[in-house]
Design a protein around this ligand. Structure first.
Ligand SMILES: Nc1ncnc2c1ncn2[C@@H]1O[C@H](COP(=O)(O)OP(=O)(O)OP(=O)(O)O)[C@@H](O)[C@H]1O
Length: 330
């Protein structure tokens, strides 16, 4: 064996394992002297490497508690968590933490520091070089404000700065708690553009949001958390399919369609016929909404073709994630 070969074997032996999925098994967290507050209850969760994963839940559902346990900041009362191939709270997790970026829900910033000084401060805490700070500021669109004090920053600029500190040290995994709070639509677009770039580099991103429509458009898969439990998990399509929520068909019809509409729909499982908001009397209105089970959608659409030129327009409206989220409640 020559020197080069032994060197490369040594490198393989000490190389970190490939980024593994995040895995939670039976995770529970209780607070209070007698453990009477159950913030997280029996959570099983798998987040694949390279995913953009969304965690959705109302206030108090347990999202932040789950994040803090995945970061090793607090210890589960029961269950196990593995992040990037290592048990959280295990002896070598400190090392893994260096590969993780975290944006807390309320990032603490010091008003007297400039943006650049803030990033240097966080770089020191994380044990990474100051050299990357200007580039990270540039990446989040704050290069122009690098030497302005944080007290002069708008809410959106503060949120960008919080995001910037999470990006320090080129993390392999990002936990972002409500990352788009306080951002205007353009800044939200910028944020997801950066997320897309990071994912192109193989970074795994886990985020929470209350803006359900925003999450629905962007994540690969998500978990709906309610009262500390996962109520549903999967892609948006899987959630919709699993819940079998009805599909809405929005029709625009020519006058005098009433009897014909009733005739073509006879025998089909159309549960509701209502006028779309703004239209006049229900069945004679020109704009109608029909609701039917998703497995009857094609049969209903085919039947509606029987309206001929009285059917002016037809839109199939899938249930939104909002429907999925609230459909899983209670
Ligand atoms: N340190 C703590 N001591 C006692 N109870 C706590 C503690 N941290 C969280 N809780 C409770 O655990 C539950 C879950 O809180 P958590 O902050 O995880 O929810 P969340 O989904 O992040 O909510 P939000 O969207 O409002 O941030 C809540 O009932 C909360 O009051």
């Amino acid at each position: 064996m020559n020197a080069d070969t032994s060197l490369s074997l040594a490198a393989i032996a000490t190389a970190p394992p490939p980024a593994a999925p995040i895995a939670l098994r039976g995770v529970e967290k209780r607070f209070g002297p007698a453990g009477q507050i159950r913030a997280v209850a029996g959570v099983d969760l798998d987040i694949p490497a390279g995913a953009l994963f969304g965690l959705i839940g109302h206030n108090g559902a347990g999202k932040s508690t789950l994040f803090k346990m995945m970061l090793g900041l607090i210890t589960p009362s029961a269950g196990s968590i593995t992040v990037l191939g290592r048990p959280v709270n295990g002896p070598d997790f400190r090392q893994v933490r260096r590969s993780i970026g975290y944006l807390p829900e309320n990032v603490v910033l010091y008003d007297n520091l400039t943006g650049l000084e803030t990033l240097r401060f966080f770089a020191d805490l994380k044990g990474v070089s100051h050299a990357g700070c200007p580039a990270v500021l540039e990446r989040v669109g704050l290069a122009h404000a690098a030497v302005r004090r944080v007290r002069e920053y708008s809410k959106g600029m503060r949120q960008r700065l919080g995001f910037a500190q999470a990006l320090l040290g080129n993390p392999r995994l990002l936990f972002l708690d409500e990352p788009t709070t306080g951002l205007d639509p353009e800044a939200i677009r910028d944020f997801y553009r950066i997320i897309a770039e990071l994912r192109g580099d193989g970074v795994t991103v886990v985020l929470t949001s209350h803006i359900l429509a925003e999450i629905q458009e962007r994540v690969d898969s998500l978990a709906v958390l309610e009262a500390g439990r996962i109520k549903a998990q999967g892609t948006v399509q899987q959630l919709r399919d699993g819940l079998n929520l009805p599909v809405t068909l929005a029709l625009r019809l020519a006058e005098g369609h009433g009897p014909l509409l009733q005739a073509v729909l006879t025998g089909l499982p159309v549960s509701e016929v209502t006028a779309e908001e703004g239209a006049s009397a229900p069945v004679d209105a020109a704009h109608l909404l029909l609701s039917c089970p998703r497995d009857a959608k094609l049969a209903v659409v085919a039947a509606l073709m029987g309206l001929g030129d009285r059917l002016l327009d037809l839109q199939v409206r899938e249930p939104s994630l909002e429907d999925v989220f609230f459909g899983t409640r209670g």
